[in-house]
Design a protein around this ligand. Structure first.
Ligand SMILES: *Cc1c(COP(=O)(O)O)cnc(C)c1O
Length: 410
């Protein structure tokens, strides 16, 4: 098909051209004397994205799922009690992993459309007088439902209970797109992957560990080898890896971190918020509703849009892909068929997202949803025009100046 295939799945996200070019490199010897010049500054700058000064960043060849595993096996022992909230497919899968590792998981089920409850964290931990819970696990941004949990509030709840459990956070679809403050929230393990906010292909599991989390490692008895923090730290200390890293991915990550730091994290977060709010206005314009059950849960990286009864959300996605050559996210598990998702994270601006909104309108109409064409697009356009930034100064000699010149002059 001609034209670009626009990705509006919440991962993998569109890879910026600068990142694609940076990855187009010949292979090199990862044991060479020069290799640490790439690795050491990259590990240091990665910590800026996690907003940590004390944390240790890890780059595993893998994905977010591998990041989950590394977080568990480096800090916990078989039979350890952990507290975990389930409110979507990703929190569900992480809990499944915890159970497969033989952890004793207290699962708190929440409505799909809400997130973790700080009040419940406080009450459950306050009741745990013997401090049996070793960890609290939350998914910062539940990608399946477009729900963001207030991790800072979860930390406050743990403090209020005076509980020493570790705080493990999946921010696979949050980090580098929405505010994530590892140090301020005293997150002990933060987990992400490369194919969401980092705008890279899948292929890296990125993890950051607090000094407390690393200290727990010595007593943690879950078996680990490939995901061992100790092996990784030993090699990373001199700028190497314990096994062969994916070299193009490292160059891509270098460029992605450059892009994020050049724009500045506050600007990155503000852009995502503004784009997401435009998308929410569009949903309102269509007369549809989000899976997220209230503004406190709204995700700035993904919107899960409920389809009316009698309509299969999968049809919207199928038509989007086959007829219009763009990708929307599916409803997973409990919400399969009931919604479709628009991912609005990573490398995008208003015009990119308008394409996704306009395409969604066509696909929805084709699938039998009674919306007015243009209603969502117009609502987003209005919102973005109302909230636009002042124009940057005009470069001299641009098209406007040329047009202002009298006819015949050059
Ligand atoms: C994508 C995602 C994952 C899984 O990551 P993989 O890279 O596919 O292993 C985990 N958690 C959340 C919240 C995600 O969005």
């Amino acid at each position: 098909m001609a034209g670009r295939n626009f990705l509006f799945v919440p991962g993998p996200t569109n890879v910026p051209d600068r990142v694609l070019r940076a990855m187009h490199v010949p292979m090199e010897d990862h044991r060479s004397a020069g290799f640490p010049d790439l690795v050491l500054p990259l590990l240091a700058d990665l910590r800026k994205i996690f907003q940590t000064a004390d944390g240790t960043a890890f780059i595993f060849p893998g994905t977010g799922t591998g990041g989950w595993e590394s977080a568990l096996v480096n800090t916990l022992s078989p039979g350890d009690k952990v507290l975990a909230f389930r409110y979507g497919q990703f929190s569900h899968l992480w809990i499944d992993m915890m159970q497969r590792f033989g952890l004793d998981v207290t699962v708190v089920d929440r409505e799909w459309g809400e997130g973790a409850s700080p009040d419940m964290v406080r009450d459950l931990l306050a009741a745990d007088k013997g401090h049996a819970y070793q960890a609290v696990c939350v998914v910062h941004n539940e990608t399946a439902t477009g729900v963001t949990t207030d991790v800072g509030a979860v930390r406050k709840a743990m403090d209020a209970a005076g509980h020493p459990a570790l705080l493990l956070v999946d921010s696979v679809s949050g980090l580098a797109s929405i505010d994530f403050r590892m140090d301020e929230w005293r997150v002990d393990l933060a987990i992400t992957g490369s194919q969401k906010g980092f705008m890279l292909p899948a292929g890296l599991g990125l993890v950051c560990a607090s000094p407390r989390a690393l200290a727990r490692g010595a007593g943690a008895r879950l078996p680990r080898c490939y995901w061992s923090f100790d092996d990784m730290r030993k090699a990373n200390a001199t700028g190497y890896f314990p096994y062969t890293p994916s070299i193009p991915m490292l160059y891509g990550l270098r460029e992605a971190v450059n892009l994020l730091l050049e724009e500045g994290l506050p600007a990155v977060f503000a852009r995502h918020h503004r784009l997401a709010e435009g998308c929410r206005r569009a949903v309102q314009g269509w007369g549809l509703s989000l899976c997220a059950r209230g503004p406190q849960w709204y995700s700035d990286t993904v919107s899960a849009i409920m389809v009316p009864p009698g309509i299969n959300g999968a049809d919207v996605i199928d038509i989007a892909g086959r007829r219009y050559n763009f990708a929307l996210g599916a409803g997973l598990n409990k919400v399969a068929g009931k919604l479709f998702r628009i991912g609005h994270l990573g490398d995008l601006n208003e015009i990119t997202l308008l394409a996704g909104l306009a395409g969604s309108e066509m696909a929805m109409r084709d699938a039998g949803i009674d919306i007015t064409l243009g209603s969502g697009v117009a609502a987003a356009q209005r919102y973005w025009r109302e909230t636009q930034q002042p124009l940057p100064p005009r470069a001299t000699g641009g098209p406007a100046e040329a047009a202002a010149r009298p006819a015949g002059s050059r």
